[in-house]
Design a protein around this ligand. Sequence first.
Ligand code: MIC
Ligand code: SF4
Length: 644
Amino acid sequence: MAKNIVQKIFDVHKVSGDVAAGSQIALNVDQVYTQDATGTMAWLEFEAIGIDRVKVPLAVSYVDHNMLQSNFMNSDDHAFLQTAAAKFGAYFSKPGNGICHQVHLERFAASGKIALGTDSHTPTGGGMGMIAIGVGGLEAASVMAGAPFEINMPKVVQVKLTGKLNRPWVTAMDVILTLLKMLTVKGGVGKIIEYGGPGVKDLNVTERATITNMGAELGATTSIFPSDANTLKFLKAEGREKDWIELKADKGAEYSETIILDLGSIEPMIAQPHSPDNVVSVRELAGKKVNQVCIGSCTNSSYHAMKTVASILKGRTIAENLNLLINPGSKQVYEMLSREGVIAEMISSGARIMEISCGACIGMGGAPGTGHVSVRSYNRNFHGRSGTKDASVYLASPISCAVFALKGEMVDPRECGLEIAKVKEPKTFMINDNLLVSPKSNTTEIKILKGPNIKEVPVKAALQDRIDAEVLLKVGNNITTDDIMPAGSKVLPFRSNIPAISDFVFENIDKTFSSRANEAKAKGGAIVVGGENYGQGSSREHAALAPMYLGLQTVIVKSFARIHRANLVNFGILPLLFKSSEDYDKVEQGDRLSISGLLGAIKEGQEYKVENATKGTSFFVVSDLNDREKELVLRGGLLSSSKA
Ligand code: MIC
Ligand code: SF4
């Protein structure tokens, strides 16, 4: 049978199940990586599972998010992560080594492998021809402890690329922004996007990685490119050609749908506030004043992207009323650009070179001013994420960003009148892994260090037969995990302390939520009601764990985003769906809902009657749990010791 790339990789890794859309499948995993903001929980959970050493062939613990050290908390977390990695057999990528996805692509990603990462942009590795999927910390911990990775097999959609990009002004970022305009932030839910067609060879590995990185914004489980001569070239330059295999779809391979995209028809695009799919062409916004430009993040901080940006800035000065922030993605990129004098060109133009980290992308500094317009080469512009609620954040290619920085306003880069260099990929990258600490073989003497802000992971009690609770919050469509559990420099240091971080749950939507939830604990707890694609965005399990700590009993929505739904289940919270979406309109915030006979219904039929005591009405909800998930919800989650 002719196979697509996804089928080929899944076939090799399959433990059980069918490689057919919708079927429950268990897979062997080759690599797992964590980052600091989600990693502290993941490693605490791994410790709680009680295994001595990771059971996957490769595990890496990165530090890139919580880099601001304004007190002891983040530094303590890093010490915890370093000692936990040493104890449990993982590599440790020290602060300063780079953003997890960029470093992983450079040093570990390998074609044909399966990787999981505790970050939603893990699909960056798809640019290398690997299946790389973002998961919650507990899921990662359980796979590192030896469990297979279980998912419902997504549909495989083919995006067939034809033609060539109109270089130099049109980039890979414009490709993915075009797809986001076409498909929206829900367009990829339940799907893996497999790129193919003659246009693939027009893109180098880091450009492909920009596209697969932002496939997360489509809601896709992951995205993948073939592994071809360009992949081999990149791996050779990284001194890792042994990690290459050729991978392409067979002739006649089947897909659930095929989308044809002519690269030659793409123009410079930009996402407007406050969603990555609110995309128009840059042309349409020409003349709009810009206050801040940020270039970098895991989406666009490769050597190729940074050097191209520098060629535009070279010999010029940024606009008078504008700030330019640049964060190179990895030490490799930064060191190479420094040694070549490229960083000097950036500094000379007026750019502020930030630390190699996520930085402004996750609100760790770099917040725009009141009402300011910020254009970023990043992947997310959710409301409030920059740290400034009324800022207008736009997303564009690094090239468009550099042009705006010089002009002080949005300009179609094709008409900017500036020169730009044709940057070639280097034959060899500079390889210096001195910030990558190797796993230890003798670990008996290693003590895991836990600072005072590192608290135990709370565990839920087993599911009760009846939920009787108030709808403490009703929200609309596309609620992000940034809405549920905000990030930023104030909140992120509490990622290892669930009682403390729970004070910030839904803070940007309703400041009273956590205090009301604490009060409601004695009266049956809380219910949250939402619309479509609830929990899109980040993989942070804190968006499930902290509400669970506040007494959340269930979430009733029209549809869930994949990672958040899995996180709810892993912590024992029953994810419910309106049987008929019109019933969403019949529930109001403040209504008291009760659902009886849960224990029977979850095992049989998964349909539940909800009585609305406030309105004197009733409606039906359903769950779509597989057998493993049913068991998890029944016993109160993966870490619960109770029997289902
Ligand atoms: C993000 O981009 O939102 C993050 C911060 O990288 C998250 C992970 C986190 O919340 O720590 C993600 O994308 O999963
Ligand atoms: Fe870091 Fe931003 Fe990438 Fe998330 S999206 S991993 S915060 S750079």
